[in-house]
Design a protein around this ligand. Sequence first.
Ligand SMILES: [Zn+2]
Length: 292
Amino acid sequence: MYIKECDLGSNKPYCEVIDGFLPNLSDYYKNPVPYRVDPFRIWGNLYYVGDKKVCMHLVDTGKGLILFDSGYSHHYEGLIGSVKALGFSPSDIKVLIHSHGHFDHFGCGDRIRREFGTKIYMSKADTDLLYEMPERALMKYAPCKEDSICYPDATIRDGDVITLGNTSIECVLSPGHTPGTMSFFFHATDGNTQKKVGYLGGVGFLTLYREYLHEFRLDMQMLSIFKQTIEKLSARDVDIFLGNHPNHNCTLEKRQYMLKNPGENPFVNPKGWSIFLQALEKRRADFERLGY
Ligand SMILES: [Zn+2]
């Protein structure tokens, strides 16, 4: 049985996190190809089309595809190649939902909209914050100098539901990583069977340091707001837990486990969601205790 459910890393001073941010990505920026991941079916009509750095998920609704997040801009060929490799047509991507307003999650959005006429959604809260202060998208860390912010066609609020084909996505505002981070709840389908999917829209602590909140004029209470978000989300009942970076739910390790153990599926774990949120709250409390 697959055991490990998440890897949230360790606390580091803000200056170390910031100083290490671009150097850590330089190899990936020069050549994203080695960071590609063969796309695969997670369960039923739910697929992984992301790379080793950031998750992208695809849902085949029977009346078009829903894509969650579009990754770094320079991963475009990899993302579209993954959609095609699964046997889908990228022109069927009818809906693209961005989990929050950072460059590493909306990087391919504008190009996908231009090429395929896809309708893009993001939270009203993050959209308004980016119009007010575009620096909050962290574009200075983006792989290409010409990259720009991908603004949505429609904004979503807490409780909104986006429906396409057989799938209805419940949007739940989950402030913490950004004030407008959204989490999503929906059913994945396999024939007559369904599983409850919970998608956590952002958990990184880089944006919760005091220096960061001050620099980007964000609510200095965000760390306590994040605690409320974790409590709220913990009440949910989830069979399949998804994050938006592979380390959140050990995506790549679970995939390797699936390949070695045909017939087993570690993504289906009714305890995974609460295990992750408990680990997240411990990490958050440590972060608060250490004074960040
Ligand atoms: Zn982010």
